[in-house]
Write a protein that binds this ligand. Structure first.
Ligand code: F6R
Length: 365
């Protein structure tokens, strides 16, 4: 049932505040602002490293998770798409754990990677939506994302719930490994607790502007997304979401890679979507934006209030989100990314919930 939404994808985008709140309440105590013990037997304190493997959007959630585990828990993370992971013959050791992220829990490549790591004797964690799935059943520790059924082929609420779970696990790991003390834990969990309210406000705030902008965007054939830090995987996710439902060619790049190749493509026919909260990378990303502007590129700037105040560049559009703590920005900045892809596809008249050639669950390799 789509309720009063035109597509499941739209419904699932707007459901995010509610399902993220479910997901969070499983992993954190929203009153005491502490991490909950969920009873799994992954001993973060003893791990030498973590291997993460997944496909598509779930892989991009894992990539953001890597930034968090390394930064907050000083836990080295190896991550790859599942179809490469299992053939790389990477050295694995039993003092690593392996995490697999999958909405459906049935993705063939992800399952094969899981079995490969199990064979190698690693402890297996599964971050899944479908709790009865094969990946969930074969794991030693199952971490549900509690997003509820996701019908739209393009993943939206599963992505942000995966992020909420990964953020909670990174804080748990940081605590276990002695890099996050009780006061920091409280502060971080307090920020997470605000996420549902912030996302609900942001979705309503930006909707009209995004819809107008999408009409413009639907006229282009190519779009480039740029970001740094955790906004880099988000740039990849933005490009993936746009291409899969609108069929507009889109690519995501780390902003710093611009001058190593893609800058050759810049002209007025390829809008550049820059995802840049006012974080410690902001100045660097703005200088990449200047390089785009100097070559006649059109910029769609997705930033926050502080970022908008700090940049004087002329843009095709600037989408201004509230200032939020950095651990929240991947989830909050997912909203403009998802809504932009959604409305652009609606203007193009594509089958948003069932894009051509794609299946919700990919059970062949
Ligand atoms: C993109 C998308 C796909 C899936 C990928 C993995 O919007 O939905 O990229 O994320 O096929 O699927 P799961 O998470 O079921 O393993």
């Amino acid at each position: 049932d789509k309720g009063n939404h035109r597509h499941f994808m739209e419904k699932e985008i707007y459901e995010q505040p509610e399902v993220i709140s479910h997901a969070l309440s499983h992993y954190v105590d929203l009153g005491a602002h502490t991490i909950k013990q969920t009873g799994h037997d992954i001993d973060f304190a003893k791990l030498r490293g973590l291997a993460i493997s997944a496909c598509g959007t779930a892989y991009l959630a894992g990539l953001i998770g890597k930034y968090w585990f390394e930064r907050y828990a000083r836990l080295p993370v190896e991550i790859d798409v599942a179809s490469e992971f299992r053939y790389r013959e990477m050295p694995l050791s039993t003092d690593q754990a392996a995490f697999f992220i999958s909405q459906s829990g049935e993705t063939a490549d992800t399952l094969a990677s899981l079995r490969y790591c199990k064979e190698a004797g690693l402890k297996i964690g599964a971050i899944v939506n479908v709790r009865e799935s094969t990946i969930a059943r074969e794991a030693d520790a199952m971490f549900p994302i509690l997003a509820g059924p996701e019908i739209g082929v393009a993943s939206t609420k599963a992505f942000t719930c995966q992020l909420a779970v990964l953020a909670s696990l990174a804080i748990e790991a940081g605590k276990a490994r002695g890099h996050i003390d009780a006061a920091q834990e409280k502060t971080m969990v307090r920020h997470l607790a605000e996420l549902p309210r912030i996302m609900s406000a942001v979705a309503n705030l930006i909707q009209p502007q995004i819809e107008n902008l999408s009409r413009e965007l639907s006229k282009f054939k190519d779009v480039l997304y740029l970001g740094r830090g955790t906004s880099f995987p988000l740039a990849l996710e933005g490009a993936l979401k746009l291409k899969e439902i609108s069929y507009i060619h889109a690519e995501g790049y780390a902003a710093g890679e611009l001058k190593h190749g893609p800058i050759a493509l810049i002209d007025e026919n390829m809008p550049v979507i820059v995802i840049a909260p006012h974080d410690r990378f902001f100045e660097k990303t703005v200088s990449n934006m200047q390089e785009v502007a100097a070559r006649g590129g059109r910029i769609i700037f997705i930033t926050d209030e502080n970022g908008a105040a700090a940049s004087k560049l002329e843009t095709m559009a600037t989408i201004i989100l509230p200032n939020v703590d950095e651990i929240l920005s991947p989830m909050v900045f997912s909203l403009p990314i998802q809504l932009l892809a959604y409305h652009t596809a609606v203007f193009m008249g594509t089958d948003v919930d069932q894009p051509r050639n794609l299946a919700k669950s990919v059970t062949v390799e």
